[in-house]
Design a protein around this ligand. Structure first.
Ligand SMILES: [Zn+2]
Length: 201
């Protein structure tokens, strides 16, 4: 943990790029604190400069793995108010855990020792809406839709489907052998693109 001064001259605790966080609760608190700063428009003025890159050139110790949507309104470094070296991010349309996403998670929990995985779905998700409504899609996009569709069967509306998709991705990651072996915690979260708030499930 290191201390920085925010734009209101208040000291806040943040992750130091050289700090290995092994406790998922500490990691979760960093994310909660960051989203609070973002909501209150008290983000920390720092980054991204040569000093940061110099500190990170010898390695990375991201305290959390974030699986989220590629949607341009859903950028985790921004809504968690974190910077280079802090979070290991996997993004695809619909925040699914396909084999490449799982492989990336395995790498981060095993080699970078990240203790926390957070699956962040979001309001107005186009991928989940596409799966909910059904239809014809080109083959690669269909791969994503087909991954989501069975997880949202029975949902009454798109928002329910978004939550159901988050829960199923969390479950899939929790069942991963490497994640289990390394003892990483996996939780879900929902990002509201209008309010900017992340609600952890
Ligand atoms: Zn989306």
């Amino acid at each position: 943990m290191s201390k920085v001064i925010n734009n209101e001259n208040v000291t806040v605790n943040v992750h130091n790029p050289g700090e290995l966080v092994s406790d998922w609760k500490t990691a979760l608190q960093y994310l909660k604190d960051g989203n609070k700063r973002y909501l209150e428009e008290k983000t920390i003025a720092r980054n991204t400069n040569a000093e940061d890159r110099a500190e990170l050139k010898s390695g990375q110790k991201p305290f959390a793995i974030i699986v989220t949507c590629s949607d341009s309104r859903v950028s985790p470094e921004i809504f968690f108010d974190h910077k280079l070296g802090d979070i290991f991010v996997i993004r695809n349309a619909g925040n699914i855990a396909d084999s490449t996403a799982l492989g990336s998670i395995e790498y981060a929990v095993e080699h970078l020792k990240s203790p926390l995985v957070v699956v962040v779905g979001h309001s107005c998700c186009g991928a989940v809406t596409g799966a909910f409504q059904g239809g014809e899609y080109p083959s690669n996009l269909k791969t994503i839709i087909d991954e989501i569709t069975p997880e949202i069967s029975g949902c009454g509306d798109v928002d329910e489907a978004i939550h159901s998709n988050i829960d199923s991705v969390v479950k899939k990651i929790q069942e991963n052998e490497i994640v289990k072996e390394m003892g990483a915690k996996t939780i879900g979260a929902y990002y509201d693109i209008e309010s900017g708030e992340v609600k952890f499930k």
